[in-house]
Design a protein around this ligand. Structure first.
Ligand code: UDP
Length: 379
């Protein structure tokens, strides 16, 4: 199937001589405008971009990444762009208007993408922002969007619905439940993939629960703290403090929780540390699109207990790699965490390898991009 698509793409010649050759594509990836890669503001997107670039480059494609100034290298040529960071949608009310800060990096990155499009077959947007969704149809090459969060804002829902009605093949999601949060029932779900060799397996964990995420209300750290306090187990917390007042509230509300604050660790260091946890808790109060941390813990052999909503309900094999519990049921969360500590860590790691490698992720991305280019070749 993919070969047929490549053959069709071989016939797509551009006036500037850019053709798809033997299936190799030149892909311009535009990162999130909420923060430079490597600082944690972009959450899961910062890790996804590494797997996406690595996996597609391994398949012979040429990638270039545009990202805010101060970004760390991500394994391919990069262009960095100065400007004020974009406020994240998850910090705004559902009816918030579209914001565009003066000298905004979002507009500056897309101005640069416009200038560079002629050297690429496709532009791949990883930012959860209104501007690229609106601007995409004005480009001369197809602009595809890998949507990184679920439905949070009316303005974003409308922008995504517009693309879904005119160019449905240009959208992809990380999980089915994330896609369905936009009212879309048929579409491309690419999951996510990880460079699993970079995660350190630990057979004998410490008596420690783990929690990984941005410290912000939607990530629900408070529930994990309550469960850890019930079990009298310390809770190691890795992640950037996005909302300091929320962190203070969680500490005040859970005086019996023994927090081990680890701060934000660079991704490669986190992968060496996570394996020490007996179990990871994932307690989102929102529709988690995928929940990278779930899979990353499993890659280290760590069982995960998560609320049954959003991506984690599709990534956890209940009873094998962890347990799913009714959101908000903290006592049940604690009971399942205790039970999870007895799951077989080798089996968890093996199952993770079967499901979440970087290579199959890249294959799914490639199939999506080629199908979109076939439906809608570059001008
Ligand atoms: N992360 C990290 N260092 C930290 C804490 C988190 O590199 O100290 C990474 C983590 O590995 C994960 C990402 O940040 O890949 C968070 O992604 P997730 O999908 O779990 O949540 P999001 O922030 O996107 O809602």
């Amino acid at each position: 199937m993919i070969r047929q698509r490549v053959a069709r793409q071989d016939r797509v010649k551009r006036q500037d001589g850019l053709s798809l050759g033997k299936g190799a594509m030149r892909i311009l990836v535009v990162s999130t405008a909420v923060g430079p890669i490597g600082q944690g503001r972009g959450g899961g997107v910062e890790v996804t971009i590494g797997s996406l670039v690595g996996g597609l480059a391994d398949r012979g494609h040429q990638l270039m990444v545009l990202a805010p100034e101060g970004s760390e290298p991500c394994g391919c040529p990069m262009g960095t762009v100065a400007g004020h960071l974009q406020p994240p949608w998850q910090q705004q009310p559902r009816d918030a208007p579209i914001l565009q800060p003066p000298h905004g990096v979002l507009a500056a990155m897309w101005r640069e993408a416009w200038a560079l499009q002629g050297h690429h077959h496709v532009v791949l947007n990883l930012g959860y922002d209104w501007l690229p969704l609106w601007l995409g149809p004005c480009f001369t090459v197809p602009v595809l969007h890998l949507i990184s969060m679920g439905s949070l804002s009316r303005a974003m829902d409308e922008a995504i619905a517009d693309v879904a009605s005119t160019h449905p093949g240009r959208l992809a999601f990380h999980s089915k439940s994330q896609m369905e949060s936009f009212g879309i029932h048929q579409g491309v779900v690419v999951g996510n993939g990880f460079d699993l060799n970079t995660y350190r397996f630990v057979q004998e964990p410490e008596p420690l629960l783990g929690w990984v995420g941005r410290i912000a209300p939607e990530k629900g750290l408070g529930d994990a703290a309550a469960a850890a306090a019930l079990l009298h187990m310390p809770l190691a917390v890795w992640g950037r403090v996005e909302d300091p007042a929320y962190k203070d509230r969680v500490m005040a509300d859970h005086p019996n929780c023994d927090f081990h604050w680890q701060g934000f660790l660079p991704p490669l260091r986190l992968r060496q540390e996570l394996g020490h946890c007996a179990a990871l808790l994932m307690t989102p109060h929102w529709q988690e699109a995928f929940g990278n941390a779930v899979v990353e813990a499993m890659a280290c052999g760590v069982p995960v207990v998560a609320y049954q909503r959003g991506g984690p309900q599709e990534t956890i094999d209940h009873g094998l790699t962890g347990f799913l519990v009714e959101p908000g049921q903290v006592a049940h969360l604690a009971a399942m965490a205790e039970k999870a500590c007895h799951l077989d860590r080798h089996r968890i790691r093996r199952r993770c390898r079967e499901r979440f490698g970087m290579a199959p992720f890249a294959q799914r991305l490639e199939a999506w991009i080629l199908a979109a280019l076939c439906q809608d070749p570059p001008l």
